[in-house]
Design a protein. Structure first.
Length: 369
């Protein structure tokens, strides 16, 4: 059945500070009150934007380098990229996750064939990409939310980094589905986290890859604080055989996961190509996902296909979204794009799109796949 491409309700201008490249590399946004927290997939900082112009624009007013909250393994000498692919604000915490992926070098137009072939053999491992942590959010003197390293007994913590990975990738080394993909570069169906959402101590990670025989994967974790290390989180054993994770496979028409967020008890999923392709891009609802307490397979008839998002040829690839409540109106999704088209870019500003988020209770606004 053919699907109509969704039309945005409006555009929202995101204004970044002078000299910032975030507008062109924006990978994720998260709403907290009247602010947005955002990050790019290059660099290692989170920025805060404050609502202005009646909510039609947000203006960057602060930047928070991640090295101020976590003891990152890279020294900052040009190797500090964290490839931030997910933010989630919940219960007074701001969660952040890197892609956990390897990256293959791209050929350059200025190089000859021999140089290009050699470059394609190079696989890079940026250690900061293996960040999974959370920062306390505190209300500042100006009334705005601000991430801090400590807030009383609450401290910024992350999973332990290891050589070429962290505690999560170590736990996956013997996994029957995912182990072989941890050493495959991103965008080659390799292991690649591109979404996070949290609920209490439960953390859900969306994988862009791998997609196994058309099935995308969501990893569920439960974390606890390491009593011996004030800067560390630990993974609880929640799997049927004592694994430190659960796997949920979802049928998204062969697409990988680009972002996650909760809408009540439901998990809203942004899906897009695993490989470096233009589209399609879709939004799905997994109803009552929060009630699931075991590994599961979720076929299409248990998912609601909410939206088909627009995309361009070589530009405007939906990369992330934030759920936004509006007084007296239906909830919305603020969608940001990778490789934004030149019509979206205005210097260090970029236009995001605002879409109505169809309700689980309104069949007229949803399509059962």
């Amino acid at each position: 059945m053919s699907r109509e491409i969704a039309a945005p309700l409006s555009t929202v201008r995101l204004n970044f500070r002078a000299g910032s490249a975030t507008a062109e590399d924006l990978s994720v946004v998260e709403r907290v009150g009247n602010c947005l927290f955002a990050a790019a997939d290059e660099g290692a900082e989170v920025v805060r934007l404050v609502s202005g112009d009646g909510g039609n624009a947000y203006n960057e007013d602060a930047a928070f380098p991640l090295k101020e909250f976590f003891d990152l393994p890279a020294d900052g000498a040009g190797e500090d990229e964290a490839d931030i692919e997910g933010l989630s604000a919940r219960d007074g915490w701001l969660w952040v996750v890197g892609s956990h992926s390897l990256a293959r070098e791209k050929p350059k137009k200025s190089e000859d064939d021999t140089q290009s072939l050699a470059r394609l053999t190079e696989v890079r491992c940026d250690p900061n990409r293996f960040l999974l942590g959370r920062m306390p959010l505190r209300t500042g003197a100006d009334g705005l939310p601000v991430p801090v390293r400590e807030d009383g007994d609450r401290k910024a913590r992350c999973l332990k980094f290891r050589n070429g990975g962290n505690a999560l990738t170590k736990a996956l080394k013997k996994d029957e589905h995912l182990a072989r993909f941890v050493t495959v570069p991103a965008k080659e169906n390799g292991f690649d986290i591109e979404g996070i959402t949290a609920h209490g101590d439960r953390v859900f990670l969306g994988l862009r890859g791998p997609v196994l025989r058309g099935w995308a994967c969501i990893l569920e974790l439960q974390v606890t604080e390491n009593p011996n290390r004030p800067d560390r989180l630990k993974l609880r054993r929640i799997g049927v055989n004592g694994e430190k994770y659960r796997k949920h496979f979802v049928d998204l028409d062969g697409l990988g996961i680009r972002e996650l967020t909760f809408d009540g008890e439901d998990l809203v999923i942004l899906a897009g190509p695993t490989m470096d392709l233009d589209g399609p891009v879709t939004v799905w609802r997994w109803t009552d996902a929060l009630s699931i307490a075991a590994e599961t397979i979720v076929p299409r008839d248990r998912l609601v296909r909410l939206l088909d998002l627009p995309f361009g040829t070589g530009f405007d690839h939906a990369e992330g979204f934030a759920r936004i409540e509006r007084d007296g109106a239906v909830p919305t999704l603020l969608v940001v794009y990778d490789s934004p088209g030149k019509e979206r870019l205005k210097g260090t500003s970029v236009d995001a799109d605002l879409f109505a988020l169809p309700s689980r209770y309104d069949p007229a606004n949803a399509f059962l796949a």
